[in-house]
Design a protein around this ligand. Structure first.
Ligand code: PLP
Length: 387
């Protein structure tokens, strides 16, 4: 089987695994233990990793809070910041294309938390325009959350522009950069970012670890922790630091930056070949996502005249994602594709390919073959196709 689902998660880089191993076997101290070597060694490793993560986004190491992943980072950013902003206003802006760990948080605060919420929509390419955000901001807006790059269609948002307009208006700006770290040139200063979420397992690091960047020395950017406890991570995230995972995240972030110049053009070439190969063999294919402002590894296609579920079944040998969340009995068409204006059938009959660091040209040729065969077989049985 071929793995082309790198937006979902990535294979841990063997160098990341090697970097983590000693922290399982030898250096197992509690990084919060200040009275002995075991603790000091662990603390030193955590500090080193903190510096590497900070460097990847142009932050200061003191601005990095380790969390259990981007879901927690998003929750901490929004649920942590809002209570302390409430005296200034009661309005939050986010977008229709966010990951559920942002969208559901904001929607719940709108339903249950006494917040007024504006959900900005995207254009037909999944792009959130800065003007749309500008129009949504009101005098009582205190927080804007717009993702850097979308996890389904790969569209890259103009976050520098959005960050700048937030700061002109004194609004705190959060971005979920889970899919963008290591893939785009991110700089929290130049991009006017106050809070940024990232995750280890999207960058060839371990699962269950992520971080939230929290801007320092800005009285507006203060957080209330999600849980009480030992006061780790400057009081923002209690819980014994997951030293091996933190080391893995640090290694993954450093590798992503060091190898970006080689990795990304290679990934883009493979992605472009995948699209060209599929189009050579298959008609009535539509790209979902921005034609140019898109992550290098992303390819999201809708196939007309095929049933989405049947298409997924036929794709078993090639790991991809579909435009329907298969977590429930009744697959829901993707909220991102729906926001882009795709109808339900087209959203369902879509495949998301994510090309990554460990993919080869042979993987891509194989996937082209499987897709072409699957689609043509399904269309033979499709009444709409033959009509
Ligand atoms: N945000 C985006 C854009 C994602 O793609 C993901 C991954 O599923 C998440 C957040 C959640 O990340 P994690 O799995 O680290 O909680």
């Amino acid at each position: 089987a071929v793995y082309l689902d790198n937006h979902s998660t990535t294979k841990p880089d063997p160098r990341v695994v090697a970097a983590m191993m000693p922290y399982f076997t030898e250096i197992y101290g509690n990084a919060a233990s200040v009275s002995h070597r075991f603790g000091w060694d662990a603390a030193e490793a955590v500090d080193h990793a903190r510096g590497r993560v900070a460097e990847a986004i142009g932050a200061d190491p003191k601005e990095i809070v380790f969390t259990a992943g981007a879901t927690e980072a998003n929750n901490l950013a929004i649920k942590g910041a809002l209570p302390l902003l409430k005296r200034r206003g009661d309005h939050v802006v986010t977008t229709a294309v966010e990951h559920k760990s942002v969208l559901d948080v904001v929607e719940r605060l709108g339903r249950e938390g006494g917040w007024n919420v504006s959900i900005v929509t995207c254009d037909e390419n999944g792009l959130v325009e800065a003007d749309a955000v500008r129009e949504a901001i009101r005098p009582e807006t205190v927080l804007v959350s717009v993702m850097t790059a979308n996890n389904e269609v790969g569209t890259i948002n103009p976050i520098r522009e959005i960050g700048a307009l937030c700061h002109e208006r004194g609004v705190v700006f959060h971005t979920d950069a889970t899919q963008a770290v290591g893939k785009l040139d991110l700089d929290v200063q130049a991009d006017h970012i106050d809070l940024l979420s990232l995750s280890g397992h999207k960058i060839y690091g371990p699962k269950g670890i992520g971080a939230l960047y929290v801007r320092r020395r800005d009285p507006q950017v203060r957080l209330k922790p999600l849980f009480d406890g030992g006061g780790h991570e400057r009081g923002l995230r209690s819980g014994t630091p997951a030293v091996p995972l933190i080391v893995g995240l640090g290694e993954a972030a450093a590798l992503a930056i060091a190898e970006r110049a080689v990795d990304l053009p290679r990934i883009r070439t493979l992605r472009d070949r995948l699209e060209a190969g599929i189009r050579e063999r298959t008609s009535d294919v539509r790209l979902n996502g921005h034609p140019t402002a898109r992550l290098d590894g992303n390819l999201n296609l809708s196939f007309a005249y095929v049933d989405g579920e049947a298409l997924m079944m036929a794709m078993r040998d090639v790991a991809v994602s579909s435009g329907a969340a298969c977590t429930s009995a009744e697959p829901e068409p993707s909220h991102v594709l729906r926001a882009m204006g795709r109808d339900e059938d087209s959203a369902r009959a879509s495949l998301r390919f994510g090309v990554g660091r460990f993919n080869s040209a042979a993987d891509v040729e194989y996937a082209i073959e499987v897709v072409a065969k699957a689609v043509s077989t399904l269309r033979v049985h499709s009444a709409a196709w033959s009509a």
